[in-house]
Design a protein. Structure first.
Length: 286
């Protein structure tokens, strides 16, 4: 063990877990394998099934705390874990993802050099059984985050900043809770900084929370826009111009598809079937 560890700031790594027997061990191990020595690992069992609880029981002696609660959602689980931690800095990690060993060390260096940094994130590998892509969050300040999230949901922040904004919104159970939380963090100033290295691995599962959130995207956006109406009004020109630009790109892509040879050929092939479908519908109303 590093004999100077006690002189370094403590980093608390919070891992909420819900029915993740297959991947939780890899996630916990990535926290334990961080090259930064002064750390604690806290796992919050958010009402998992028996299979997952058995895995967590085997991991209990490897982590500093294992907190068990009824299923209340990731926002509550994160808040419970952060409330129970002792670290000056907090790293949130989902139970099916994992960090590369040097993330904590490199993230802390940024915090210690730049006082206006409130969030540290990094490039990420999004992967599944078939393929992987590199995702590069853009970082930035409140103006940037009004358009889209600026950091991965698994990022590092100061516990003090979490306390100031009163944690994650526990009403948000369907997704985008990290985006809304970061919005409150940056509303009073500061920025999210991106480490330009792939130090995080995001498992892009078929039933991932991100994909489920996209099904309720516009309901969630409505909630966020209303909650932060004052901030959006303060940056109205920026928000509207970006919103209109996204519509323009969407319509341009739609027109590109309609102009493609495949679309035109498919449309001609399906035209007779549409005619007979309309004819059948008309006859059924007689």
């Amino acid at each position: 063990m590093d004999i100077f560890a006690k002189n370094k700031p403590l980093i608390s790594i919070i891992i909420p877990c819900y029915n993740d027997a297959k991947y939780i061990e890899e996630s916990v191990q990535s926290a334990l394998n961080q090259t930064y020595s002064n750390k604690e690992v806290i796992v919050v069992d958010d009402g998992s099934n028996l299979k997952t609880k058995k895995v967590l029981d085997n991991l209990e002696n490897k982590v500093q705390k294992l907190i068990t609660q009824k299923n209340k959602g990731v926002s509550v689980a994160r808040n419970v874990g952060i409330e129970a931690c002792s670290g000056e800095y907090v790293l949130v990690l989902d139970s099916d993802d994992y960090f590369e060993p040097s993330f904590c060390e490199k993230a802390l260096q940024i915090f210690e050099k730049e006082s206006d940094v409130k969030i540290v994130t990094c490039y990420s590998k999004w992967f599944n059984a078939r393929t992987h892509i590199t995702y590069k969050p853009k970082g930035g300040n409140i103006k940037d985050i009004l358009i889209s999230n600026v950091a991965m949901g698994s990022s590092m922040l100061r516990k003090q900043d979490w306390q100031i904004v009163e944690g994650y919104d526990e009403k948000m159970t369907r997704g985008y809770e990290d985006w809304e939380f970061y919005m409150r963090l940056l509303k009073s100033g500061g920025k999210a900084e991106v480490i330009p290295e792939i130090l995080f691995n995001y498992r892009n599962k078929e039933n991932s929370r991100n994909k489920k959130a996209n099904l309720a995207k516009y309901d969630i956006l409505g909630y966020i826009y209303k909650k932060h109406a004052v901030v959006f009004k303060d940056h109205f020109d920026l928000f509207i111009s970006e919103w209109l630009e996204s519509i323009r790109k969407s319509e341009a892509f739609k027109q590109q598809v309609m102009d493609s040879l495949d679309y035109k050929l498919g449309n001609k092939l399906l035209k007779p079937f549409r005619f007979f479908g309309l004819l059948k519908k008309a006859n059924s109303k007689k």
